[in-house]
Design a protein around this ligand. Structure first.
Ligand SMILES: Nc1ncnc2c1ncn2[C@@H]1O[C@H](COP(=O)(O)OP(=O)(O)OP(=O)(O)O)[C@@H](O)[C@H]1O
Length: 211
C-alpha cells in the first residue's frame, strides 16, 4: 500500500496535508499520534472508507476495523463470527483459543462487557481472509493479558500467513516491543522509521509533550 500527499478534510476543516508513506508488507506497523492528530482519519482513508486528495494505491484485500463498533440488534457471538469467517479452520481455532472465545460463543453480543465485545470484534476482523488489516486502537478495553495475547497473535499471523497489520496505539512501549515499523503522525505530517530510531525516551517525551 502506497500513498502520496494525502490531504484529509471534514468539510472546510483540514486534518492533515502532505501525508506520504507506504505500508510495508508482512510487517506490523504501529501508528502513534496525539488525540486528534488524525490517526483514525488516516486509517479510514487507507481502508477506502473516506475520500482524500492525493494518491493512494491500496490492495483489494484490505479491512479496516474501527475504534468503535456497534451492533443494532441481538445476535449470538457465534452467529456474528460465522458471518465473518473466511479463513481456514486451523486459523479459526488459533484465533478463538488465543482470544478465549469459547465461553462467549453462545452468548448475546450486546450483553458482553466492553473488553469481551472488543475481543469478539478483533476476532471478527482476523477471521476474515484479508491480506492487510487496519486495527484502530485495538487495545482499548483489553486487560493486560489480552493485550499481550492479541499482539503475540498478530506476530504469528504475520509470520505464518504473511499478513500485514497497521495498528493505532497510544503505548510507545508496546509499539516498540511488537512493531516492526513506526509511523508518527502530527502537524508536520507522517514520520516513518524503525522503533529503536523513533521511540527513544527523549523522542517519545518530545512527541507526546511529556514532562
Ligand atoms: N466526522 C467528523 N466530522 C468532523 N470532524 C471530525 C470528524 N471525525 C474526526 N474529526 C476531527 O478530525 C480530527 C482528527 O480526528 P481523528 O479521530 O482522526 O484523530 P485521532 O488521531 O484518531 O484521535 P484519538 O487519539 O483521539 O482517537 C479531530 O480534530 C477531530 O475532531
Amino acid at each position: 500500500m502506497k500513498f502520496k500527499n494525502l490531504q484529509a478534510n471534514y468539510r472546510e476543516r483540514v486534518v492533515f496535508t502532505g501525508v506520504t508513506g507506504q505500508l510495508e508488507p508482512h510487517q506490523i506497523t504501529m501508528l502513534l499520534g496525539q488525540n486528534g492528530a488524525g490517526k483514525s482519519t488516516l486509517m479510514t482513508i487507507l481502508g477506502r472508507l473516506k475520500k482524500a486528495q492525493g494518491q493512494l494505491e491500496c490492495p483489494e484485500s484490505t479491512l479496516y476495523l474501527p475504534q468503535k463498533n456497534q451492533l443494532f440488534d441481538y445476535l449470538k457471538v457465534n452467529d456474528l463470527l460465522q458471518l465473518a469467517t473466511t479463513v481456514t479452520s486451523a486459523t479459526v481455532n488459533r484465533i478463538e483459543q488465543t482470544l478465549e472465545l469459547a465461553d462467549l460463543l453462545p452468548r448475546d453480543f450486546l450483553h458482553l462487557s466492553s473488553g469481551q465485545q472488543q475481543r469478539v470484534w478483533l476476532a471478527y476482523a482476523l477471521l476474515q481472509d484479508k491480506d492487510v488489516i487496519l486495527l484502530d486502537e485495538p487495545l482499548t478495553f483489553l486487560d493486560l493479558k489480552y493485550q499481550q495475547r492479541l499482539l503475540k497473535l498478530l506476530v504469528e499471523l504475520k509470520q505464518e500467513e504473511q499478513r500485514t497489520f497497521l495498528l493505532s496505539i497510544h503505548d510507545p512501549q508496546l509499539a516498540r516491543e511488537y512493531g516492526d515499523v513506526i509511523w508518527l503522525l502530527d502537524q508536520k505530517g507522517l514520520t516513518t522509521g524503525q522503533p529503536e530510531q523513533l521511540l527513544t525516551e527523549q523522542k517519545v517525551k518530545e512527541f507526546f509533550e511529556l514532562q
